[in-house]
Write a protein that binds this ligand. Sequence first.
Ligand code: T5A
Length: 212
Amino acid sequence: MKSQFVVIEGLEGAGKTTARETVASVLREHGVNDIVLTREPGGTPIAEKLRDLFKHGVGNDLPTIRAEVLILYAARVQLVETVIKPALERGAWVVGDRHDLSSQAYQGVGRGADPKLMLSLRDVVLGRFRPNLTLYLDLPPLIGLKRVQARGERDRIEQELLPFFTRTRARYLELAEQDKSIVTLDATKPLEQVTASIRASVIRWLLQQEGR
Ligand code: T5A
């Protein structure tokens, strides 16, 4: 099968880190051995610096909403052009922890940037490049935030209030509803059940791709 780009999406604490490993292990079981794992923002030296700027700013100089959007797109395009596309071209598969859908949800609606403008920006910066499959791990924000609370210090995004995450989740659900390449999974279930549904979804999708 031609190499593919699979992305895991969801709010904080949805279980994306574990999900990425699950997807990679299903792919290996199906004979895919060359797998590149990415995370966004980040994944190249430049993009990791931009991640730090996005998350913490510099001292009291915090990015404005528009600056934040451009920082995220600069990091994304750097990752896409120097890591993801070259990997796909050499025949590797790519499994990403977040991609553009995060910006559409967090910045487009959570932060209050114009959602239409965000879709246009995506088209300008990324052209027609899109993930082949996105697994969106859906859960109410309170559950996810409780799961990550134990980590201690919170970054700028994690310090946002509940209505921000509620808006962000609503946009995820809205966009998932409109796009057949996005599969929504219930991430409130115990980890073993979520893992089982991720495995089932990826296997079903692989079989569809192979025309079986
Ligand atoms: N962002 C990112 C934007 O605003 N715009 C963008 O365009 C992009 C790309 C990234 C931040 O940037 C924002 C979103 C984020 O705020 P990050 O540190 O990478 O920052 O944050 P996250 O991607 O959200 O990573 P998290 O670690 O917070 O979430 P995960 O990866 O979904 O959670 P995970 O897997 O680490 O699990 C958290 C805890 O929950 C447990 C795990 O064991 C772990 O302890 N857990 C479960 N517990 C019970 N039941 C389950 N089903 C569980 N699943 C996981």
